[in-house]
Write a new protein. Structure first.
Length: 283
């Protein structure tokens, strides 16, 4: 009988705690940002104290509390780091300033309610590191395509997405390479090919996201593809080379024809002397 009463009491308190309190299960924050943790009661209760603690396997660490009579209190070691954003008995929020990797973990929000007892909710703070992506555009091995690449470093590994803003254009041959850095971050480089057979300037973008945090995106414009002066010079040089070869061949043919005519004339003159000599001898 005692066991049944204890079990029923446990179930009652568990359900009461589950439906009585509301908090975010996971809060994301980038390094150097401020993180806000909130907890609230779904029903009006006689709350004596609200306490915030960071959960550790051995012993939880006290951060701050708000008492019905004595007001708010913050751990002296955390002044300037932790502060109340909302100090109240039904709703409570704290802000952790300038978060670092050491702030990653789970936090407990404890409501001491009279006469029901203690009710605890847990919210976990997940810290990520995000650096500005770097977008590069350069010529590929093919003269009809442009190579687009984007590198981004983050922790944990980021998702890097390349896109072209014009609807009639698209990227092809996507590839991605990841490199694990010694400081725990991951550098991801995404590459793709873009056709250069377009008349107008083209804008490409690189989007970076870590987990479900905010997205960072950079853009770059590929100028309109035109025949440059260098291309014109190359084409002119090629045409001039062909023209020069044609002229050379024509001159050679002319010289050969002149030589042939001179040979025929010389041959005819050479035959006139013997004929005249034969005529004189006959006389």
């Amino acid at each position: 009988l005692l066991f049944k009463i204890t079990l029923l009491s446990f179930i009652y308190l568990f359900l009461l705690s589950y439906f009585l309190m509301f908090t975010q299960q996971t809060v994301l924050a980038a390094v150097t940002e401020d993180a806000r943790l909130s907890c609230q009661l779904t029903q009006t209760k006689d709350v004596v104290l609200v306490s915030w603690q960071k959960h550790f396997p051995v012993q939880d660490k006290f951060l701050a509390s708000y008492h019905k009579v004595f007001g708010q209190k913050v751990n002296s070691d955390l002044e300037g780091k932790v502060e109340f954003a909302e100090a109240a008995l039904q709703n409570s929020s704290i802000i952790i300033r300038n978060v670092t990797e050491q702030d990653d973990g789970c936090y407990l929000c404890v409501f001491i309610i009279f006469p029901d007892g203690d009710f605890t909710a847990k919210t976990c703070l997940q810290i990520y590191e995000l650096h500005e992506p770097v977008l590069h555009i350069r010529d590929s091995d093919s003269s009809e395509e442009t190579l687009v690449s984007c590198s981004a470093t983050a922790r944990p590994a980021p998702t890097v997405t390349l896109r072209v803003l014009q609807q009639d254009l698209h990227l092809s041959e996507h590839s991605s390479v990841s490199v694990n850095n010694t400081n725990g971050t991951v550098t991801v480089t995404a590459t793709a090919l873009l056709s250069r057979l377009h008349g107008n300037s083209t804008q490409v973008g690189c989007a970076l996201r870590v987990l479900s945090g905010r997205q960072v995106e950079v853009f770059m414009t590929i100028p309109e593809v035109k025949h440059t002066s260098a291309d014109g010079e190359k084409l002119g040089d090629a045409c001039f080379g062909v023209f020069r070869k044609c002229i050379f061949c024509l001159v050679c043919l002319t010289i050969l024809e002149v030589l042939a005519v001179q040979v025929r004339i010389f041959s005819s003159h050479s035959n006139v002397g013997p004929l005249m000599l034969r005529s004189v001898c006959r006389l």
